[in-house]
Design a binder for this molecule. Structure first.
Ligand code: C2E
Ligand code: CA
Ligand code: CA
Ligand code: CA
Length: 279
């Protein structure tokens, strides 16, 4: 299964062993050896220029392969089953980091939340929601300051457990986001039946804003749809001032992207984006 999936994500000419670098034992070892770390990318309110939260993005510095992108290793972790150990570690680290950066906030400061990506494979495990809530309680983070991001396709997974977990998380007060909106396979009918808090517009639809040949009809549609459904809307991959202005003019105020910040090491994120004087 691992090999098949590895081929599917585009490893041309893999040897028979290549799919196994993300095995359960390799990931467990990697966690213990400090091979993984998390970068935090601010989610910015484009009107104020302040961070309302951060997305946790995992990195793997492999002992022999060097730095590997999550685009490559996450699908392999999903195929091997190591995603459960890795996802739990990411959740634990992110929740603990956000608990710390919020703990010292004086009155008048808005809390800065943290959002973690969850794979369908993780959301299919019956205890995912309970574990996430328990980690918040253990770390002293208000559940309202935790977000869970799942893709459109993941929400549509045949397993009922995905829905059970997202409903449970939402009932507890966790913020639920649909990641990469527009790239999945969900019908608009199903979208109206799901209870979500936030829609994240995939950067594929943001990148065309302002280009001479093609404008951004999907981003425009997504903002109208999200607004009509009373969802929070986050634009991913905002790289230019022109894109930011275009989004603000249409009522999308939250963004992540290189215009504001790349994913940052924890200390840099806290220094530059947390504990900013309120107005
Ligand atoms: P994603 O959830 O859609 O995350 C956004 C990706 O866009 C990140 O890539 C981020 O670095 C990148 N990005 C942000 N702003 C810009 C920009 O302005 N321009 C461009 N070109 N890119 C931008 P990254 O960090 O390589 O992560 C890739 C994917 O890996 C994520 O996509 C997510 O699906 C997955 N991933 C990352 N961490 C985790 C994790 O802890 N668990 C799971 N299940 N998946 C993860
Ligand atoms: Ca995400
Ligand atoms: Ca995304
Ligand atoms: Ca993505």
């Amino acid at each position: 299964v691992a090999l098949y999936d590895a081929k599917r994500v585009g490893f041309g000419g893999m040897s028979i062993h290549d799919g196994y670098y993300a095995s359960i034992s390799a990931v467990r070892q990697g966690i213990m050896n400090g091979e993984f770390h998390i970068l935090y990318q601010p989610c910015v309110d484009m009107r104020s220029g302040r961070a309302v939260g951060a997305e946790a993005l995992v990195r793997w510095n492999h002992p022999t392969r060097g730095p590997i992108s999550p685009v490559e290793f996450i699908p392999l972790c999903e195929a091997s089953g190591s995603i459960h150990a890795l996802g739990h570690w990411v959740l634990e680290q992110a929740v603990s980091a956000a608990a710390h950066w919020n703990a010292a906030q004086p009155p008048g400061y808005e809390p800065v939340g943290v959002a973690v990506n969850a794979s369908a494979r993780e959301l299919m495990t019956p205890d995912y929601a309970d574990r996430a809530v328990a980690l918040c309680q253990a770390a002293g983070l208000s559940v309202a300051n935790l977000g869970i991001e799942a893709t459109e396709t993941d929400f549509g997974t045949a397993s009922d457990n995905v829905m059970v977990n997202t409903e449970k998380l939402r009932a507890a007060g966790v913020v639920i986001s649909m990641d990469d909106f527009g790239t999945g396979f969900s019908s608009l009918e199903r979208l109206t039946r799901m209870r979500l808090d936030i829609m994240k517009i995939d950067r594929a639809f943001i990148g065309t804003i302002g280009s001479a040949t093609a404008d951004a009809p999907i981003a425009d549609l997504a903002i109208r749809l999200g607004t009509a459904m009373s969802l929070g809307i986050i634009a991913e991959g905002v790289e230019t001032r022109e894109q930011a202005d275009w989004l603000i003019a249409r009522g999308c105020f939250l963004a992540q992207g290189y215009l504001y910040a790349r994913p940052l090491p924890l200390d840099d994120f806290v220094r530059d984006w947390v504990n900013i004087e309120p107005d």
